[in-house]
Design a protein around this ligand. Structure first.
Ligand code: NDP
Length: 259
């Protein structure tokens, strides 16, 4: 980034938000704050709920061709009448700082990538910075979404973990999670990973962000129970969430550098 600055280059991130989902608004605001903090120019495009898929795609195409924009982020979820996959496929592979485009997803599979998806990359960074070696460890990822669970499993595999992926059809989930040296929960069910599902000395990483009716934010892991057994554990809030944003910043700087 300093190198880019020295050459007088400004880094630009376009953030598109459609509709008025309150959680999305919080995420977008946090991303904009991070941009301000590190000196990336963020340009927000707040579109009404009634925006059509065609209108959104033509904005993305315009930003693809805009030289002042290095990264494009379309905040998910999109309103139901817009096909997320179609919109993601429209983003230029070189500006896809979320790494959701199928080309970038494929590159992650083969381990030859420019961008990593922000949340799984943030988890890997936490593991690395905590001095935890993944090599040969039993890693269990609960959740198989395209944006978290699947790429998370792939990144752990690249680091030589022995990886098991669980989902809603997994039989006897606790039997699998109890075997994990490294357990990543990315489910979206408040506090479903309880202390009895965790092995003594395990590393427990909670990706979940669930808003309870009383507005409290909790993860997928019952923290008070699991921290008693875990060697290391991430809290919610203040664990994976900030790392996701940090990785978005990293990808945006990388996009500018590659350009
Ligand atoms: P999805 O809803 O796309 O995926 C959830 C996954 O959990 C699915 O694979 C589903 O299985 C699985 N699942 C659901 N119920 C169970 C169950 N009872 N037992 C086992 N597996 C189950 O969610 P995301 O991956 O997008 O997000 C997961 C969580 O992470 C959410 O709380 C989200 O808010 C949070 N998140 C946090 C981020 C951060 O920055 N910290 C970023 C992105 C997400 P199946 O495939 O069979 O339906």
């Amino acid at each position: 980034m300093d190198e880019l600055r020295k050459n007088g280059k400004e880094i630009g991130l376009a953030v598109i938000i459609v509709g008025d989902n309150p959680a999305s608004r919080i995420y977008v605001n946090n991303k904009k704050k991070a941009c301000e903090y590190i000196g990336i120019r963020s340009e927000e495009f707040a579109l009404p709920e009634s925006t059509t898929e065609e209108e959104l795609k033509s904005l993305v195409e315009k930003l693809n061709n805009d030289d002042t924009i290095d990264g494009i982020l379309v905040q998910l979820p999109l309103p139901k009448h817009i096909n997320e996959e179609t919109v993601i496929n429209t983003i230029s592979v070189k500006k896809d700082v979320d790494a959701f485009h199928p080309v970038n997803v494929g590159k992650i599979m083969i381990g030859d990538y420019d961008f990593l998806p922000c949340t799984p990359a943030g988890v890997m960074e936490l593991i690395k910075e905590s001095g935890i070696d993944v090599d040969g460890k039993n890693c269990v990822v609960v959740g198989r979404s395209n944006i978290v669970g699947k790429p998370q499993a792939m990144l752990l595999l690249h680091k030589n973990g022995t990886v098991t992926i669980c989902h809603s059809k997994t039989k006897d989930l606790a039997e699998v999670t109890k075997n994990a040296d490294i357990l990543v929960a990315a489910v979206g069910v408040p506090e479903m990973i309880t202390g009895d599902m965790v092995k003594e000395g395990a590393v427990v990483i909670d990706v979940g962000m669930n808003r309870l009716p009383d507005k409290k934010l909790v993860g997928d892991v019952k923290f008070e129970e699991c921290e008693k057994k875990a060697a290391a554990i991430t809290p919610v809030p203040g664990g994976v969430g900030p790392m996701t944003i940090a990785m978005l910043m990293k990808n945006t700087v990388k996009a500018a550098t590659l350009k």
